[in-house]
Design a protein. Structure first.
Length: 182
């Protein structure tokens, strides 16, 4: 079976709208690599609060085709609307901590919920947000609990939502998908 992030990438590859995208949790640049490889994506906004992550991502992406599409942003994803002034067709949140960095620095539910709400406002009709959640650590559990409940409050007239979970594993990463219908 594929890893959860590979499944998330497969989902994003299905979006055919042309425009900009956002990697709201840049880390080492794996999600950003996918976004820049998509021919329908013209610009990628890439957020991270850790300079070490941004530098690692720049190094990782340096010789990749499409790297010129990336705007690296040294800021929290909750500030998305300060940097993104156009609609986006897709976005990915890979919550938690940067595996090669300080594990004490992690996404927090307070800022993550602001970021996801901003991303939904920026999302074009027909666009997709993918949230990869990690309930195996304290902050990840808080984010997972929050988003699992919050997603159920989204209007079914405006959004289609789905989740992908491993049925026989506890506290493993999983995906929440939000498609904006109108």
């Amino acid at each position: 079976m594929k890893k959860v992030v590979e499944i998330a990438h497969d989902i994003l590859k299905k979006v055919q709208l042309e425009g900009s995208a956002a990697d709201f949790t840049l880390g080492g640049g794996n999600d950003c690599e996918l976004l820049i490889s998509l021919p329908n994506i013209k610009k990628v906004y890439a957020f991270d609060i850790q300079e070490s992550a941004i530098e690692a991502a720049k190094t990782y992406l340096k010789n990749k085709q499409g790297v010129e599409k990336v705007m690296f942003i040294s800021a929290g994803h909750e500030q998305a609307k300060q940097y993104i002034k156009e609609p986006i067709v897709m976005g990915i949140f890979n919550f938690g901590f940067y595996p090669k960095g300080d594990h004490a620095i992690t996404t927090m539910v307070e800022t993550s919920k602001q970021a996801v709400e901003a991303a939904l406002d920026l999302l074009k009709a027909g666009g997709l947000l993918v949230l990869v959640l990690y309930p195996g650590h304290e902050q990840g559990r808080k984010e997972s609990d929050y988003f699992d409940e919050w997603i159920q409050t989204l209007s079914s007239h405006q959004f289609d939502c789905a989740s992908i979970h491993m049925s026989n594993k506890r506290e493993c990463p999983y995906i929440q998908i939000i498609e904006k219908k109108r």
